[in-house]
Design a binder for this molecule. Structure first.
Ligand code: NAP
Length: 282
């Protein structure tokens, strides 16, 4: 029987546990309410929606959020200066710079300005390097959320052939390293991959992280595969064509309700951990 990797339900369960941890922080000596600061540069409606959803998730577990909105004309220096202020503010435990920023802003410079202790979205080069080496670090929220989902449903990763389609710094690349650290044998595909179909056909774990609706045809996916679709597009479509997969695969993430809720839940969980560390509780 196919396992439905239900991220929505798991995120709800996790929120109960996070609410308890937040309540303990608020009741503690320091009377600390964890705060996630979000920075949105520009007016992209999807990005604005994602930031709003993250603020709502904070409130559901009793945390606060601080929403900073900068105009699309903001320079790299302006964003960096905003990050510096948040780094220096002891009331702020986590910083999220919503990706993508406008093209004239140097996203890497901005990401790398975030203090490692507050890098709850796992976007800094420093955090990436630590994660890659198997050291303690907040993981990039989407792949870390996927790892949590696979673990919760008891999916055995060790020794499996994993194929990831897409190698972005926030998704495909860290996903490859996390799966490798969990002892999968990993192939990381991208736009220059020759014969993508052959690569996907060999996958025992397939992760769609390409950003193109229904880009991976369901016929390419082997019977018994574990299918993780990180893509999300207008109309609730993912990167992988889901036709027939529920009948013949070992496990499948729904779109929506699979990876998306796990991303937000991981961001919130990592912010709570950052707050616990700031209070000397973790
Ligand atoms: P991205 O930065 O645009 O990266 C896309 C990747 O796909 C690149 O590595 C690119 O290769 C590769 N690619 C493009 N065309 C290809 C082709 N024809 N064959 C093979 N590979 C190809 O995207 P992203 O930010 O990683 O996002 C990917 C998807 O995940 C999007 O649908 C996005 O909405 C979704 N997403 C979801 C969440 C969530 O919380 N659910 C979070 C983040 C992203 P090159 O490197 O060679 O250019």
């Amino acid at each position: 029987m196919t396992i439905l990797l239900d991220g929505k339900n798991l995120a709800m369960l996790r929120e109960r546990e996070l609410s308890d941890r937040v309540a303990a922080l608020r009741a503690g000596n320091g009377n600390q309410t964890p705060i996630l600061a979000t920075i949105l540069v520009g007016e992209d409606p999807s990005s604005a929606t994602y930031v709003r959803m993250k603020g709502n998730a904070c409130r559901r577990v009793g945390m606060d959020s601080r929403a900073i909105t900068l105009p699309s004309s903001a320079s790299t220096e302006t964003v960096v200066s905003q990050i510096d202020q948040l780094n220096a503010d002891p009331a702020v435990h986590g910083i999220l710079l919503q990706h993508p920023v406008p093209a004239h802003v140097d996203e890497r410079v901005c990401f790398d300005r975030i203090s490692i202790a507050k890098d709850v979205d796992g976007v800094t080069s420093h955090g990436f390097g630590l994660m890659a080496l198997g050291e303690s670090a907040f993981g990039s929220a989407t792949p870390a959320g996927i790892m949590h989902l696979l673990s919760h449903y008891g999916i055995d990763i060790s020794g499996k052939r994993a194929v990831i389609v897409g190698r972005s710094p926030i998704l495909g690349k860290p996903m490859a390293l996390m799966l490798s650290n969990a002892n999968a044998t990993v192939t990381l595909c991208h736009s220059k991959t020759v014969n993508l179909e052959a690569e996907v056909r060999r996958a025992q774990i397939i992760v769609g992280a390409v950003g193109k609706p229904n880009f991976i045809p369901s016929e390419w996916i082997s019977d018994g595969a574990i299918v993780v679709d990180a893509g999300y597009h207008v109309g609730g479509v993912g990167d992988i064509d889901p036709a027939g997969l529920l009948d013949r695969c070992a496990a499948v993430t729904p779109v929506p309700g699979g990876v998306g809720p796990m991303t937000i839940s991981t961001l919130i969980a990592q912010t709570v951990t950052a707050a616990e560390r700031a209070c000397g509780r973790s």
